[in-house]
Design a protein around this ligand. Structure first.
Ligand code: C5P
Length: 215
């Protein structure tokens, strides 16, 4: 069974989807982490969004390994580095590159084929797993999402002000929903869950109830 969870940045998808996967005994696929890993590798080679061919070539050479919340590029663990502000800011280097997306989609489908999966991203219910048995669209208001991201950054000692987080987020929202390939869209047939004012435990409980209805 495939459960897709799509939605904008900061809706709490990653943490919620991870806990949901644990509760269900499903594997968890964080597809944003894959785009982040490609971006990190590209930034290290000083590539920009304009270097689309080189970024695609680079992506094809990378071995990205996801294990629980940890992620590796080849033999190097990059779990923390892929969440840096530099990667947040430049993730379109990978996400807006059609050749990179096609590569990521193939890898995501291969992972999904291994067994029961909770997968989260922007295009999981629309492009990657349109046949998924259970599709969820998880969202929250822009300010609530920015506040959550801001709190996460502060926990990591990052002092970026809330206004800047909000600004970057709205830029990312715009790019995510207007790009030509794999844009963020509410998948047809998905259940919409708005998480404003809900605790993580309440959101997980709602999603679990939705999945049980799909089973
Ligand atoms: O979910 P997360 O914030 O980690 O995703 C990072 C970025 O990767 C998003 O802003 C989006 O641009 C991109 N992404 C994507 N398609 C996905 C998952 C993430 O384009 N399936």
């Amino acid at each position: 069974m495939i459960v897709t969870i799509d939605g904008p940045a900061g809706a709490g998808k990653s943490s919620i989807a991870r806990v949901l996967a644990e509760r269900l005994g499903f594997q968890f696929l964080d597809t944003g982490a894959m785009y982040r890993a490609v971006t990190l590798a590209a930034l290290r080679q000083q590539l920009t969004e304009a270097d689309a061919d080189q970024v695609a070539q680079l992506a094809a050479t990378l071995t990205i390994t996801l294990s629980g919340p940890r992620i590796w590029l080849g033999s190097e663990e990059v779990t923390a580095e892929i969440r840096s502000q530099a990667v947040n800011k430049h993730v379109a280097i990978a996400a807006s590159n059609p050749a990179v997306r096609s590569l990521m989609v193939d890898q995501q489908r291969a992972i999904g084929a291994r067994g029961n999966t909770v997968t989260e991203g922007r295009d999981q219910g629309t492009v990657v797993f349109p046949q998924a048995e259970c599709k969820i669209f998880l969202t929250a208001s822009p300010l609530e999402r920015a506040r959550r991201r801001h709190a996460q950054l502060q926990e990591r000692g990052d002092t970026t002000p809330l206004e800047e987080v909000l600004e970057q987020q709205s830029l990312r929202d715009h790019r995510d929903s207007t790009r030509a390939v794999g844009p963020l869209k509410q998948p047809p047939g998905s259940e919409v869950v708005v998480t404003d004012g809900l605790s993580p435990a309440e959101v997980v409980a709602r999603l679990e109830a939705i999945v049980r209805r799909c089973q």
